[in-house]
Design a protein around this ligand. Structure first.
Ligand code: ASP
Length: 413
């Protein structure tokens, strides 16, 4: 019996089926059940039968040209890794990023009915390992695909930091075609995987009229529709649910019905061909997002100032507050030319530092209200503005550049 073999284990009148996983205890067998959970058995008290030897996955070249079908639009898929490109590694029992974009396409035959694809591997990483340097490289690659005639671009990406990449691309690229980020919460070798439905919905958006950077992910707990989120308004709000992604402070741009693949929109959006392609792909990496917590030391601000950081976003409480003893640090940063933008730990709603004394003192010290931007979006925008248009920072940080700010927030979001 080898790792990955499918076996059945009978114990106490119940039969369990699953794939053999590594076991740390001598005499114990561990299997991964079809629902994704692992279960261990004392081998001497169980009846074990082999059902099927482990299937080796078909290996396909990582960058590949797939067969063309007449009359379908041309879509580029750039894969960066994450769960959507992952499967269980039976040597370790962990989920690892192993599939290329080409393999994702071949595993989901429905995709071939929607478009012709070219597929490229950009990274094979879990998205916790993304960094500004990779956002820049990715933006350049997306631009190159569009220049070469892609009518839509899909980026497969880990879900954990997808909202940062989506925000970064939203600021770096003005796109004449849809640029869609998609991932999955459960790997494709699990029965409850969302990989296939999310990918089909992403392809439907990639050929649609929505020429913006969007995130397309499961919209409910069923397999019925995906939600289309604007890249600067989206957040992963649950660790494991398939419908983890939500638009914050703005209703979603639309939805895709999984069965009919119909795209429905609820919000104004930039249409296909409306803008010419523009790329401003620089990022100031010496910026930080600092979460204020009660009683935390104002030395935290001094640390960043002394280390030579160029900008700070403070995730304050409620309407946008920090303790009074942090205000001196805000003043020092501002005097040294380091902008301090305030976002809220509440996520929903907008910053208003004119209601309480603390807020007014913060403004007096130079703090800038971050309107209704998500904290991570304020950070990414700061990184982008400081690198591309530092002289306009003060004028533009509070202005909507990629749909990240609105001047009124609907009460339904
Ligand atoms: N840690 C993974 C990642 O972000 C999780 C996922 O893809 O869902 O790459």
């Amino acid at each position: 019996m080898d790792l990955g073999d499918r076996i059945s284990v009978e114990r106490g009148g119940t039969t369990y089926e699953g794939a053999v996983m590594p076991s740390r205890r001598e005499g114990y067998v561990v299997i991964k059940l079809d629902n994704g959970y692992n279960i261990g058995f004392d081998a001497s008290k169980s009846r074990i039968s082999l059902l099927q030897k482990r299937q080796e996955s078909r290996k396909i070249k990582s960058d590949m040209a797939l067969p063309r079908r007449e009359g379908l639009p041309q879509v580029s898929i750039l894969s960066t890794g994450g769960t959507i490109a992952s499967k269980v590694d039976y040597r370790t029992g962990a989920v690892t990023s192993q599939f290329s974009a080409g393999e994702i396409i071949s595993a989901i035959p429905e995709l071939e009915e929607i478009a012709n694809y070219s597929a490229r591997v950009v990274y094979q990483i879990l998205s916790e390992n993304m960094r500004a340097e990779y956002w820049i490289e990715l933006a350049n690659k997306v631009a190159r695909e569009i220049e070469s005639g892609a009518e839509g671009v899909i980026i497969t990406h880990g879900t954990d930091t997808m909202m940062y990449t989506a925000a970064a691309l939203s600021f770096m690229l003005k796109t004449p075609v849809p640029v869609v980020l998609v991932g999955s919460q459960r790997s494709s070798d699990r029965p409850s995987s969302d990989a296939s439905m999310n990918a089909v919905c992403a392809a439907s958006v990639a050929i649609s009229d929505i020429a913006e950077v969007t995130v397309v992910m499961h919209g409910s707990t069923s397999d019925d529709f995906c939600t289309i989120h604007r890249g600067t308004r989206v957040r992963k709000m649950h660790t494991s649910r398939r419908d983890a992604f939500q638009s914050i402070n703005q209703p979603p741009l639309g939805k895709v019905d999984y069965l009919s693949r119909k795209v429905e929109t609820f919000q104004p959006y930039r249409r296909r061909g409306e803008a010419a392609l523009e790329l401003q792909a620089r990022m100031e990496e010496r910026c930080a997002l600092v979460k204020y917590t009660p009683g935390s030391s104002p030395d935290i601000l001094n640390y960043y100032i002394d280390k030579g950081y160029k900008g700070l976003v403070l995730e304050g409480t409620g309407l946008g507050h920090v303790a009074s003893d942090w205000i001196e640090g805000i003043k020092r940063a501002t005097e040294e030319g380091i902008p301090v933008v305030i976002a809220s730990q509440c996520l929903r709603g907008r910053i208003c530092d004119r209601v309480y004394d603390t807020g007014r003192d913060m403004l007096q010290a130079g703090a800038i209200e971050g309107a209704d931007m998500l904290p991570e979006v304020a950070l990414v925008k700061m990184m982008w503005l400081l690198a591309n248009q530092p002289e306009s920072f003060a004028a533009l940080i509070g202005q909507p550049l990629a749909g990240e700010i609105a001047f009124s927030t609907p009460i339904t979001v």
